[in-house]
Write a protein that binds this ligand. Structure first.
Ligand code: UD1
Length: 354
């Protein structure tokens, strides 16, 4: 059986890693990179560090407005799918690459499976929310990481196509954590173990309005420990455009980290401040308190279990939230047992093998 994976943005490379491994010897796996993320630190290092085979196709689509970027992917993917003739297209998460791939496939009658199905923020301002909802409804097989995701899919009438497999990012995190325990990793310059926060900010709602971005940067700069700010290209570019100095006060400005270095940096930190989805979960799995600068989260379990607190409009609460005492210990495993990728491949073979 031939399974074709489409990825394009940084979190999708992480999700692809355990899937590519679980496919070995079980299915022919074709990998397509749309080129949505193209910087070495946003793309290549993930393939190298996580042992992902080089993509069979790279569409080199790059940056652009939503319509331009998604449209270019759609056109490129249609050609690739016609040539590769997969039995199923596997799409990941909620980016423009996800939606483009789902749409390209269904239009030419190739079945689609969506990994990380059923997540909802119920915030229609987020491009990711449209991408998820549309992709779920276009897909033939919905692979959900959580029970909450399964419940959302059932509410939308998609229960019959849904399977709970667990979270593949948890698979990767467990694997990398073991490697780190065996080998260790140095921390980035400017921070020392237990005495800094890890921070990432990249969502349009936080970066695109200059007043909002300035208020966030000022709140971070005033925190009582060094803030290792791992600057996404979007953040860097917009701060420059708006004349905002990212390297002020407590902030230690740093390039994005490769995945093992990121896990190491989070594991040794006093807390995480972020608007990323993946990082909220990684902090929880490593039992590091997280503060999320958003009005809501798809990973509600992290909040319910007390390890993640949301701060949005009232940034004056940021310092007290970030510096709060650690929550009660928990051994809850809402994201699975680290074997989601095997279950994903089992479900793909059971559903689509001819
Ligand atoms: C995308 C996803 C988001 C995911 C994030 C992870 C969509 C709608 N959003 O957001 O869900 O959380 O990736 O990082 O698909 N850029 C570079 N170099 C790169 C990549 C991007 O300079 O390698 C710049 C581009 O010029 C662009 C900006 O970053 O201005 C945004 O890139 P884009 O791919 O549109 O979306 P992200 O914000 O990265």
């Amino acid at each position: 059986m031939r399974i074709l994976s489409v990825v394009g943005a940084r979190p999708q490379f992480v999700k692809l890693a355990p899937i590519a491994k679980a496919m070995e010897g079980r299915a022919e796996h074709v990998i397509v990179h749309t080129g949505q993320h193209y910087d070495e630190l946003m793309s290549d290092v993930f393939f190298q560090d996580l042992g992902i085979p080089a993509p069979d196709y790279n569409l080199g689509v790059g940056s652009g407005k939503h319509g331009e970027q998604t449209g270019a992917m759609l056109a490129g993917l249609e050609k690739v799918l016609e040539e590769a003739q997969p039995d199923v297209v596997l799409v990941y998460g909620d980016t423009n690459s996800t939606l483009a791939a789902a749409l390209a496939a269904v239009k030419i009658h190739i079945p689609v499976a969506h990994l990380e199905a059923g997540l909802r923020s119920f915030n229609r301002r987020m491009p990711e929310e449209h991408n998820r909802v549309l992709t779920d409804h276009a897909s033939d097989l919905l692979l959900s990481p959580t029970q909450v995701g399964m419940d959302h899919l059932a509410t939308e009438g998609l229960a019959e196509r849904s399977r709970m497999v667990g979270d593949v990012m948890t698979d990767v995190l467990y694997r990398v954590r073991e490697q780190l325990a065996a080998q260790g990793q140095p921390l980035p310059d400017g921070v020392s173990a237990g005495n800094y926060y890890v921070c990432t900010i990249h969502r349009p709602d936080n970066t695109d309005d200059p007043a909002r971005l300035k208020a966030i940067v000022e709140s971070l700069a005033a925190l009582g420990k060094p803030v290792l700010l791992l600057a996404h290209p979007r953040l860097k570019a917009l701060a420059e455009t708006h004349g905002i100095d990212l390297a002020s006060g407590s902030i230690v400005l740093h390039e994005p980290l490769a995945y093992p270095q990121l896990v190491n940096a989070v594991a040794n930190s006093a807390g995480v401040v972020t608007d990323s989805g993946g990082l909220q979960k990684e902090a929880f799995l490593l039992r590091i308190p997280c503060t999320t600068i958003r009005p809501e989260t798809e990973w509600v379990e992290t909040v319910e279990l007390g390890w993640n607190v949301l701060v949005n409009s009232d940034l004056s609460k940021l310092a007290a939230t970030v510096e709060r005492p650690a929550p009660p210990a928990t051994d809850a495993t809402p994201y699975g047992d680290g074997h989601a990728a095997e279950r994903t491949v089992d479900a793909l073979l059971a559903t689509f093998a001819k």
